[in-house]
Ligand binder design. Structure first.
Ligand code: BGO
Length: 279
């Protein structure tokens, strides 16, 4: 059999370097359907297992801010890859974790390639790998793609995932009572037809609607539910504006960053004496 893996990450985290190292010359380049965004796919084998690695566009979040974000979001929702490798910049952990957290909230099983470990070290940043694994419930493999370091470990962890069927931990971010109330209300008002069509659960549907995810919105339109759901979101926005001073989308984004910031403080150690003196 052939296992499909997605390769995700922010721009400039070393995603292309990892893709090339893993797949070598076994690559094809095309376009994502309907858009002019390049789609790269490659193959690799490890101990008798065959993998197809699909390189997603480099993005900071799964949303609708750009074609790249839409392409990546749509692939994850529609294709449901069995596993993703999400490349994280160890020297910029906090920024990198937003995408990871969104993928985990969406129930996407993943392994973190903690790349640029050398850059982090030069900046005096040490990431506590095990604490990060525990905080997010996913494997974390340090890599230095430029020096081909950590590749073997990464591929081993990928293989382990399929051999041992490592259980998937769905990350539930605490959004706070007032926001949860809005999410619950939205969740109760989506049809099971939508959940079937999008292949997601109620809570994720409510989060995606709160985010204005274009794929979910277009499904709601197709099912004739968009008006009703939009009216509920508007009511909830008004309530939250009064109670919190900002709307649902702002609240969701802010709470996610709070969650990420707390994790970063727990797992990243800044030690100026570790810093290599480059000046
Ligand atoms: C140039 N450590 C270090 N130090 N650098 C890395 C690592 C790592 O672990 N991994 C990748 N890089 P992409 P995206 C470059 O191209 O794979 C480097 O956007 C240069 N080029 O070599 O493209 C990698 O796909 C001239 O750097 O990332 C690349 O995610 C001078 O990070 C850059 C310096 O990697 C981005 C760097 C002509």
């Amino acid at each position: 059999g052939n296992i499909t893996l997605a390769l995700a990450g922010n721009p400039n985290t070393g995603k292309t370097s990892l893709f090339n190292l893993l797949t070598g010359s076994r690559q094809h380049v095309g376009n994502w359907p309907g858009v002019t965004v390049e789609r790269k796919e490659g193959h690799f084998s490890y101990e008798g297992m065959n993998f197809t690695l699909v390189d997603l566009p480099g993005i900071y979040s799964l949303g609708a801010a750009s074609i790249d974000e839409q392409v990546a979001s749509e692939f994850l929702i529609k294709e449901k890859p069995e596993l993703a490798i999400t490349v994280v910049d160890a020297s910029n952990l906090e920024r990198s974790l937003y995408l990871v957290v969104q993928m985990l909230e969406a129930g996407q099983p993943l392994i973190i390639a903690l790349n640029m470990a050398d850059v982090a070290e030069n900046k005096g940043i040490r990431i506590h790998r095990e604490k990060l694994e525990k905080a997010l419930g996913v494997p974390v493999v340090p890599t230095v793609a430029r020096e081909r370091k950590g590749l073997e470990d990464l591929v081993k962890r990928v293989k382990d995932r399929f051999e041992n069927g490592v259980s998937l931990s769905l990350l539930a971010i605490p959004y706070g009572e007032k926001v949860e109330q809005s999410l619950d209300r939205i969740a109760k008002n989506v049809s099971s037809a939508l959940l079937r069509e999008a292949n997601i659960d109620r809570r994720l549907a409510s989060i995606k609607i709160a985010e204005g995810d274009p794929l979910i919105i277009s499904m709601l339109e197709k099912l004739g539910e968009a008006k009703e759901v939009t009216a509920i979101v508007e009511e909830e926005n008004e309530r939250l504006e009064l109670e919190l001073g900002y709307d649902l989308l702002t609240a969701v984004i802010e709470r996610r960053w709070n969650f990420i910031s707390a994790i970063t403080q727990k797992v990243a150690e800044r030690n100026l004496s570790l810093k290599k003196n480059l000046s």
